[in-house]
Design a protein around this ligand. Structure first.
Ligand code: NAP
Length: 249
């Protein structure tokens, strides 16, 4: 599918990868249905391109997801790409001996990360894939996983959620293939974003860069290009595409 033929729902479109994909793909002629929880980010994105429609929605809440997806398909039955991008990056050790009185990983933090990063992908895909199949729309589900799915220390919840995203991608590749709907995951490594700098001490980030054969972080544009490739190549299905400068080879 060519980008300019795509009608794309993007979650977490208010910032980072989501905002960059919305702007890049809309400029190439795609219709964008941008979803985010952040009101001001959605207001600012709406004015950027006539091809962008914005929707306020907490994608970890299935009632809001059903309502928003219903509104999008009422506008455009031919919506044929879903990019599950919304996510939060939170770090915590499973047992932190420096943390008193309770040294154990917070259960509330665990639930929050699983709700936003994992349950949202299930809710969105459940709703959108059903509509795509009923409307006989061929297309693609693109899920943003992470290098962390391999098990980064200090990221029990985040790593588990991103491994689930990679795993669901493979299930859906098998289940939806017969309808002409592909599923592909993208697993970025260390990308130069505000979230990366918030989540990691600079010393730690420098160590990861040193372990990366290309000796640098990736750029948002390099992630956007990989998502574009996944949308456009109609024979890529069920893969988790790494974008990490060779860190995992
Ligand atoms: P970002 O800049 O924080 O953007 C994420 C957007 O999602 C924000 O606008 C955020 O709104 C929104 N959001 C959060 N929770 C939401 C919810 N429940 N419903 C709807 N929208 C919600 O993140 P990013 O760095 O672009 O990362 C995008 C994705 O890539 C995430 O899934 C992340 O895990 C993954 N990833 C990122 C990196 C990296 O280096 N940045 C590496 C690997 C994977 P608020 O700002 O209001 O929270």
């Amino acid at each position: 599918m060519k980008i300019n033929e795509a009608k794309i729902i993007i979650t977490g479109a208010g910032s980072g990868f989501g905002r960059a994909m919305s702007l890049d793909f809309s400029k190439q002629g795609a219709k964008i249905y941008a979803i985010d929880i952040d009101t001001s980010a959605m207001k600012s994105l709406k004015g950027e391109d006539v091809n962008i429609e914005t929707f306020l929605c907490d994608v970890s809440d299935n009632i809001q997801v059903e309502k928003t997806v219903g509104e999008i398909y009422a506008l455009d039955k031919k919506t044929n790409v879903l990019i599950n991008n919304a996510g939060i990056m939170k770090n915590a050790l499973m047992v932190n001996i420096m943390s008193r009185p309770d040294s154990r990983h917070s259960i509330d933090l665990w639930k929050k990360v699983i709700e936003v990063n994992q349950n949202s992908v299930f809710y969105m895909t459940r709703s959108v894939a059903d509509k795509m199949i009923r409307n006989r729309n061929k297309g693609a589900i693109i899920n943003i996983s992470s290098i962390s799915a391999r098990g980064n220390a200090g990221q029990t919840a985040y790593a588990a959620s991103k491994a689930a995203v990679a795993s669901m991608t493979k299930v859906w590749a098998k289940e939806f293939g017969v309808f002409g709907i592909r599923s592909v995951a993208i697993a970025p490594g260390f990308i130069d974003t505000a979230g990366t700098h918030d989540a990691l001490e600079e010393k730690m980030l420098a160590q990861w860069i040193d372990k990366t054969p290309l000796k640098r972080t990736g750029t948002i544009e390099e992630v956007v290009k990989t998502v574009a490739f996944a949308i456009e190549n109609d024979f890529v299905n069920g893969e988790v595409i790494n974008v990490n400068g060779g860190l995992t080879i």
